[in-house]
Design a protein around this ligand. Structure first.
Ligand code: GLN
Length: 485
């Protein structure tokens, strides 16, 4: 039996009513992974035994009438979340055999809600990339066209949901890594406000930008997953102590009377015609749903990519210093002393993109260049954040494209890192500003590739943003299409 077409809520009803057991559902999910992952490479580790054992346990809970939000529902997480007893590789050779001694807070929360974790998803190494190609476990392929990338860095998180391998996943978003792959794979992905979800136990890339975010096949499931993982965590000093609303409660509130801003800097000449078509139609749909559409300006948008790549690389160079073969990392040592061991470990363990970033980040932080690069980027970041503050005095949310083009071909950009960095041009500013944003399907290209729409909400206004997303989804049926595999 296949369960790929069911939503979380439908699975939940069937489990509670006894029409379906968690063992059946989990087995169905494992079978689907077996049948399709040869084509996609979305998983790094599949935890078959652990998942089936947890499913049997969930069935007992269900029989006893104890159903939490996700009891018995199989999900998967990016291989950047620390999981007790199952390796966490970050798609890097340097962590190939790393097993964390504890669960990330978000993993604990998923388990507390009864979710079954069926595996760890492929990604760009240390979440650095926009295509899923920078992985020691090999590239992930887009389920809509396996010659194309699924986007990145949460490549497996998006591809697995699009292919019906699992109903929902967790990814991380530092500069667009949940939203851009969600867009390329035709699924829903959400980056919460910085501080909304705990980062404890998530391998750090750029600590002032990283956020955990859910990916799902529809807005309601995405809202449910966000509710399951959101909230203050004393173990993460950057998590914010403010109440988590019930994201499902007012999901159907609609957008009538809401003011939606179109930042003119995002609607540049030369936008890919397929993207433009999808976004223009989405704007029209929102108008018909009763929203007021106004043009606004985020004047410092042009500096976002440069600013992001300075800050992200600087933070990465510092965060990745811990992989030295002593505390973490697969040690390489041919007996040349401590410095030789460091050098061999890091040379053998990191891939090209990670090395490039460590070198550029170290340079930007070095004495004499710190003020010119890192400090200046921090000042520009403040200007970008202020742009959003000003705009949110005029409108309730923003609507923009997610990516400048639909999914590109595997190999097309690997030798042009700058061009690759530009694919995040529309997603990066919200990470710099710290506000929430999400991606949802709004059409298909001439070639049959998904096109995504980005909504950007005020800080901690995920509920309002989800309402607008839900209203759009109800008015369209893009999310109902599925790739054939
Ligand atoms: N693609 C961006 C980068 O390479 C964003 C990555 C992310 O959000 N983790 O840095």
């Amino acid at each position: 039996m296949t369960f790929q077409k069911l939503t979380i809520q439908e699975m939940r009803q069937k489990l509670i009513s006894g029409q379906l057991t968690s063992v059946e559902l989990t087995q169905g999910c494992l079978d689907r992974i077996k049948a399709t992952d040869g084509q996609l490479n979305a998983f790094i580790t599949v935890c078959e035994e652990e998942a089936l054992a947890a499913a049997a346990e969930a069935d007992q809970q269900l029989a006893a009438g104890n159903a939490a939000l996700l009891t018995g529902i199989p999900v998967a997480v990016k291989d950047i979340f620390n999981t007790l007893d199952v390796r966490t590789t970050c798609a890097s050779k340097i962590l190939d055999n790393y097993v964390s001694p504890y669960d990330a807070t978000t993993i604990t929360k998923l388990r507390d809600q009864g979710a079954i974790i069926v595996g760890k998803l492929n990604m760009d190494e240390f979440a650095m990339g926009s295509s899923g190609e920078n992985s020691a476990a090999g590239a992930v392929r887009n389920p809509w066209d396996t010659e194309r990338v699924p986007g990145g860095s949460s490549s497996g998180s998006a591809a697995a949901v699009a292919a019906g391998q699992v109903v929902a996943t967790l990814g991380t978003d530092t500069g667009g890594s949940v939203r851009q792959p969600a867009s390329h794979c035709g699924v829903v992905g959400l980056k919460p406000t910085y501080g909304r979800v705990s980062r404890y136990g998530v391998v750090a890339f750029a600590s002032s930008l990283d956020q955990v975010g859910p990916v799902a096949g529809n807005v309601e499931d995405c809202a449910l997953m966000l509710g399951a993982v959101a909230g203050y965590d004393p173990a993460d000093s950057t998590s914010v102590d403010c109440p988590v609303p019930d994201y499902l409660e007012n999901l159907k509130a609609g957008v009538s009377g809401k003011k939606i801003g179109l930042p003119k800097e995002y609607f540049i000449d030369g936008l890919d015609p397929d993207i433009k078509k999808g976004i223009d139609a989405a704007i029209e749909t929102y108008r018909q749903l009763g929203a007021e559409i106004v043009e606004v300006s985020l004047p410092h948008t042009d500096y976002s990519v440069a600013c992001y790549y300075l800050i992200a690389m600087a933070e990465a160079s510092s965060n990745l210093a811990r992989y030295d073969g002593v505390r973490f990392g697969a040690r390489q040592d041919s007996g040349d002393g401590l410095n030789g061991m460091y050098q061999q470990t890091r040379s053998a363990g990191f891939g090209d993109e990670v090395k490039r970033r460590i070198m550029l980040g170290t340079y930007a932080l070095s004495s004499g260049y710190y003020d010119a690069y890192y400090l200046k980027a921090q000042k520009v970041r403040t200007l970008i954040r202020q742009d959003f503050q000003h705009v949110f005095e005029q409108v309730d949310m923003l609507l923009t494209p997610v990516a400048p083009t639909p999914a590109f071909k595997i190999g097309e950009m690997v030798n042009d890192p700058l061009q690759m960095y530009l694919s995040d041009i529309f997603t990066i500013p919200t990470n710099l500003a710290g506000t929430c944003a999400m991606s949802l399907p709004c059409g298909f290209s001439e070639d049959g590739l998904p096109v995504g729409l980005q909504l950007i909400g005020k800080p901690f206004a995920e509920a309002e943003m989800l309402q607008a997303a839900y209203a759009f989804e109800q008015a369209t049926d893009w999310h109902k299409r599925a790739p054939e595999l």
